[in-house]
Ligand binder design. Sequence first.
Ligand code: HEM
Length: 402
Amino acid sequence: PHPVYDELRKQGPIHHVLLPNGLTAWLVVDYRLAREVLADDRIKKSAAGLAPITTRLRPGDSYTSVSQDLWEHMLSSDPPDHTRLRRLVTKGFTARTVELLHPRIDALADQLLDDMAGKSEVDLIADYALPIPMTVICELFGVPEADRARFRELSTTMTSSSAENAEDQEAAANSPFYATAAERGAASVELATYLIGLVAERSKDLGEDLLSQLIMANHEGDKLSDRELIAMLFLILVAGHETTVNLIGNGLFAMLRDRVLYEDLTRSPERIPAAIEEFLRYEGPVHLATLRYTAEPVTLAGIEIPAEELVSVSLAAADHDPSQFEHPDTIEIGQTGKSKGGHLAFGHGIHYCVGAPLARLEAKVAFEKILARYPNMKMAGDVQWRPSTFLRGLQTLPTVLD
Ligand code: HEM
């Protein structure tokens, strides 16, 4: 439930607000308008177009050149660049290609469950939800095992929040989910350097893996440049695991909270795919879509918005819109499927999540395996949400297995 969004939605589908990151933007909270905005080609998101607007609204924003390169990927580009970049990578992520990873993901989940067996208490985030997507990405990129812990740290730092008030600062002292802008900058430089090395190594010895495919990606003579390739890897890394960990974590949390749901899915695992869609809707890992801006004056729901204003779409608000979903604030398997258009947890339009088939597969395996092995898990303490404006996920999920 999101009482603030519900209140705003009653007053109108779009509002001019101050975002927690200090920027002012037009915030969309209604399902139909969210879909419209995400598919509107006058509302853009290229890094080059956005940077002057965010700098105007929040003077002093600056990036080091290496980290800026990292952010100039397809999720920060508009057609025709976006069309070209996306065409070069979609092949690596189709449902068919992803299905080839199924046996590997099965084995990985089995291994993690074996490692947890016998422990009196586990943290289902650190011990299960997180290593699945992280290991899959590392294997897709060919990151050696010895480097994976550091790789993971860097990616968490890059998506972490700044501690903005005293309470945050206290929490920040011993949490990996907070970082300063300087720490984020340093992490991005280290990550970029690491990725450049990884590509150089793999270029000497190309194989069948995703990284080799991206290095060779070619469409009618078109290829990714070195800079584009590094930015693409960075995007896949961050988009691919900081989100999927939350789909698995939020889904497990939902089951642990609701005995009836837990028992239902344990008895009828064939309902897991529909449950995943409902988890995505109810507590989607991506709370706000990435920022967009008006490239020209646009009228939305009768409001005239000038050119060069920021537009933020709340996927969480859209997915709790009672005009789209019958009982938005309860988990009811099947209600997402019944609604025309479904949920917006993977976005909509040209930037619709490329990794959706992979995320769905990882979550399906994760839920099937753990429910089959542990029909009596119980939560063993309070949970804490990650401090983030954009992502919705738990820091820890302490659990007793049986
Ligand atoms: C884009 C959500 C998993 C790669 C997006 C967008 C959303 C999203 C909402 C669009 C953002 C916007 O328009 O502002 C999710 C969720 C996931 C997930 C909820 C897990 C449950 C993955 C995975 C990968 C991935 C596993 C890859 C391994 C991408 C990429 C884009 C994207 C590359 C950019 C697409 C484009 O610009 O055309 N994702 N994602 N995502 N996602 Fe995902």
